[in-house]
Ligand binder design. Structure first.
Ligand SMILES: Nc1ncnc2c1ncn2[C@@H]1O[C@H](COP(=O)(O)OP(=O)(O)O)[C@@H](O)[C@H]1O
Ligand SMILES: [Mg+2]
Length: 261
């Protein structure tokens, strides 16, 4: 009989819940959602944030931690960077921002191993993992190596993005990872003058799809330039404008996630 690839799964000592933030497409706001959710989850315990987007790590910049470095102690144990009270690890701390990572599968698997085994995460209630787009080696390696409690899928409203989000959902379902729900990002924009909702992207069949799959819509994040400005500045919106509509949307999602066992 073929070996079960999920036999290799090992919990990360001290880490209670592992949440994967994923999407089919790039540019839909995974990293934005991962960082802001991590910040919002502080309300419910200690939080770690792992940047598993090996080829395009954006968390050091988005979290304003570009000048920080993890330290390596005896026995090659890596002490993560702490920012806004969140323990963070990213390949971006170890390489120049403009340098490309040119790795094949085995190197990538090795790096993932180190993220889970060599980083001293300590006691964490939540470890939020920001994934690259798609359903490739990183995603597979993640679900094989550690027991992911659930996945949060990020999409924008239009069918072009939803088609790829469905593939991400399919991959998690096939590998036995529960889908906590979908976050619809850039769901609408509020007209600054009238506060009317403007549909930036056409809303596709997302509602009927979620209904048919019995997958909850965790929340809708409006498009707002303050969200992207906050990320550029390294102070995510939940931290920089904690009373705004966008922060509230992230806080509500964190609240829902905290209720999942
Ligand atoms: N709700 C939003 N409002 C405005 N800009 C956003 C929003 N969500 C994401 N962005 C911006 O869109 C770009 C892509 O987001 P990012 O989180 O990097 O996507 P991904 O990780 O899926 O590739 C970033 O510049 C980000 O600041
Ligand atoms: Mg990203």
């Amino acid at each position: 009989m073929a070996a079960n690839p999920f036999d290799q799964q090992q919990p990360i000592p001290g880490v209670k819940k592992i949440i994967a933030v994923a999407s089919g497409k790039g540019g839909v706001g995974k990293s934005t959602v991962a960082t802001n959710l991590a910040l919002a989850l502080r309300e419910y315990g200690s939080v770690g944030l792992l940047d598993a987007d090996i080829y395009g790590p954006s968390l050091p910049r988005m979290m304003g931690a570009r000048n920080q470095k993890p330290t390596v102690s005896e026995g090659n144990r890596i002490t993560p960077v702490t920012r806004y009270g969140i323990k963070m690890m990213s390949i971006g701390f170890l390489v120049e921002e403009s340098a490309a990572i040119v790795w094949r599968g085995p190197m990538l698997f090795k790096a993932m191993d180190q993220f889970f085994k060599d980083v001293q995460w300590g006691e964490l209630d939540y470890l939020v993992i920001d994934l690259p787009p798609g359903t490739g080696d990183v995603q597979l390696s993640l679900v094989q190596k550690v027991p992911v409690n659930y996945a949060v899928i990020v999409t924008t409203p239009q069918n072009i993005a939803l088609i790829d989000a469905k593939k991400a959902i399919d991959m998690f379902e096939r590998t036995g990872v529960r889908i906590a729900g979908v976050v619809e990002n850039m769901a609408y924009m509020l007209n600054p003058a009238t506060q009317e909702k403007i549909q930036l992207f056409p809303r596709g069949e997302i509602s009927s799809y979620l209904e048919s799959k019995k997958i909850p819509l965790l929340g809708e994040i409006p498009f707002n330039t303050s969200v992207s400005l906050a990320s550029e500045a390294g102070i995510p919106i939940v931290e920089s404008h904690s009373s705004g509509v966008e922060a509230k949307a992230f806080n509500d999602i964190a609240k829902k996630l905290n209720l999942i066992n």
